[in-house]
Design a protein around this ligand. Sequence first.
Ligand code: GAL
Length: 322
Amino acid sequence: MMKYICLIFCFFALGYMSVEAQAKTALINGTSFTDNEGKVINAHGGGFLKVGNYYYWIGENRKQGVFVSCYRSKDLMNWEFRGDLLTRQSHPELDSANIERPKVIYNLKTKQFVMWMHYEYGRDYSYARAAIATSSDIEKPFTFVKSFRPFGNMSRDCTLYKDQDGSAYFFSSARENYDMMLYKLTDDYTDVKKQIATLWPGGHREAPALVKRGKYYFLMTSGCTGWAPNQAMYAFSKSISGPWSELKNIANSTAFDSQSTFILPLVGNKTTSYLYVGDRWDGKQYFKSGYIFLPLTFENDSTMTLNWRDKISIDVKTGKAK
Ligand code: GAL
């Protein structure tokens, strides 16, 4: 009898240990991260938002018939696949579409999650439109609303930002990516209300990622060299509508072989970290593209720096990332 009890105990203990052993305590930068089933995470050009106890990571998935996938995590290192939010079947306008850089924010008044993204139809990038989809459940398929050019402007690489007062903004590369447009959204976040600014006209910037720290907003962008990495730059401003500072270099000349997609504030009980999230693209073998999570550092209120680390450990409780 004792022998059997021992065997059963060992069986459960080993099972527990193997689950424990699989839990990641660090992420290896530049690799294609895997989820808790060991599958490659497909959430490129993605964004993050916290709902309840979970961080959600929503991004591009180029698997046949899929556009946007959803993952969740309690610690930002161990991710669970939760489903595909937009697929070819979601809407007739998506049958031959190409979706990039989806970002999601929550509208408190309409109780809807609202996704904005870069929409193309067919193989090239000539449509240059924004598109919108909504859902009442972050983990459930989104309903495609429409694709359009905001105020008639081309719209390619983009990001979405919800400010502390509930106002939301859409940044997108326009005029063949020469200008970075900034739009204020309508109260329900499903349309543009006003074109607020043309940032760095002729500056040729894309891959926008915005965060607010203290008195300043920081906007990170890349140059326009397709899948090839280039010098990342940032600017700061006390007001989202500007005036924005000149662009300044950040990280190394290839942004550590990555392109910005998001800056995630990690608010803990000891500190707040600001995580740069970038894609290390493999344009030839898209599914081999990797990710980079690096803590941004600030030398003073308006000086932001980014240093390389081979790996990162994140403590969501304290807010420390190292
Ligand atoms: C990049 C852009 C990506 C993708 C790629 C295609 O510049 O940031 O989102 O569009 O070009 O070449």
